[in-house]
Design a protein around this ligand. Structure first.
Ligand code: ATP
Length: 298
């Protein structure tokens, strides 16, 4: 039984002699944000385009809400994507673009105004899109994608060219959209940012998924330092769950292969008094570098 609102099942794609995707399986469950990272040419855009039927896989299947994407006559309302901000008609105003989009989706004009407001485009609503800055185009493309509150939202590099405060607002909005039960797939080169918004992280490398894990798990693996009243009790408990602990000279334990939450909970469960608990998180950038190092593909 599948759980994904958006599912890629063993998809492969070759453009002439370039193997863009190889046997990629991935699912985005309702209520979650999946963040996709990978170097240039890793295959991220190809995968996202497949989700809206713009690219057909050579082999494999793409399902939206359990239905093969090619069988869905009308994708509007179910899925929306912001793939390339540069494709908006230059002579249109932002107001025209959102009004047309609202009309096509049977939405009230008030919703068009609302998305312009949400992305700070109200003042520039009647300016030609051709005269927009990169960041403004980006904001408009995202506004258009989310106007119909799609159940599956796909954003390719959404915060590219956005001011930090707008990027922050967008992340907040993405999280809220997912919390409302929708599925979101985003790609980014900005790793610390993906870390903040994604529940799961997929690392694509040379067309292959090299990692697909909850963000928390990908970031774990750092060292945890803990000082408790009875360290030997904790060492034994850690040993039972497969984590190693080393005694330091000052009585602190250095624990590997566990998170601060896990070590703290274990100490609490054992009735230990915790005097100090410090986590040295593995930054996503380090994890990503390691995963995409040369030769690290199947
Ligand atoms: N229409 C196309 N024709 C030929 N080759 C293509 C086409 N689209 C993508 N490719 C190639 O497929 C590979 C994957 O490209 P894709 O755009 O999916 O990667 P990406 O991870 O999105 O990269 P970026 O981060 O640079 O946007 C690349 O080698 C690219 O050159």
């Amino acid at each position: 039984m599948s759980r994904g609102m958006l599912e890629f099942h063993r998809v492969s794609k070759t453009y002439r002699d370039v193997r863009a995707l190889r046997d990629v399986s991935l699912e985005v469950a309702p209520g979650t944000v999946v963040g996709m990272v990978g170097h240039n040419g890793a295959g991220k855009s190809t995968l996202m385009r497949m989700a809206v039927g713009l690219v057909r896989p050579d082999t494999g299947r793409v399902h939206l809400a359990g239905v093969p994407v090619e069988r869905l006559g009308r994708l509007g309302g179910l899925v929306a994507a912001s793939l390339d901000a540069a494709t908006l008609p230059a002579q249109w105003s932002a107001h025209t673009a959102v009004t047309v989009a609202a009309g096509l989706s049977g939405l009230p004009v008030a919703r068009a105004r609302e998305v312009l407001e949400l992305f700070g485009l109200t003042a520039a609503a009647h300016k030609r899109v051709g005269a927009f800055s990169m960041g403004m185009r980006q904001r408009l493309a995202i506004a258009l994608a989310l106007i119909g509150r799609p159940k599956v939202l796909i954003l390719d590099e959404p915060t590219n060219a956005l001011d930090p405060d707008i990027a922050h607002e967008l992340r907040t909005w993405i999280a809220a959209h997912a919390e409302a039960g929708n599925a979101v797939l985003i790609s980014s080169h900005n790793l610390p940012e993906i870390e903040q918004v994604a529940d799961r992280i997929v690392v694509l490398h040379q067309g292959v998924v090299v990692r697909d894990e909850p963000t928390r798990a990908l970031l774990a693996g750092g060292t945890v330092l803990i000082r408790v009243d009875r360290p030997d009790v904790l060492v034994e408990q850690l040993w039972h769950r497969g984590s190693k602990a080393e005694h330091l000279a000052d009585g602190t334990l250095r624990v590997t292969a566990a998170t601060t939450d896990e070590v703290g909970e274990l100490a609490a469960a054992g009735g230990l008094v915790v005097r100090e608990l410090v986590g040295e998180r593995q930054r996503l950038t380090d994890a990503y570098r390691r995963l995409t190092a040369d030769g690290n593909s199947r």
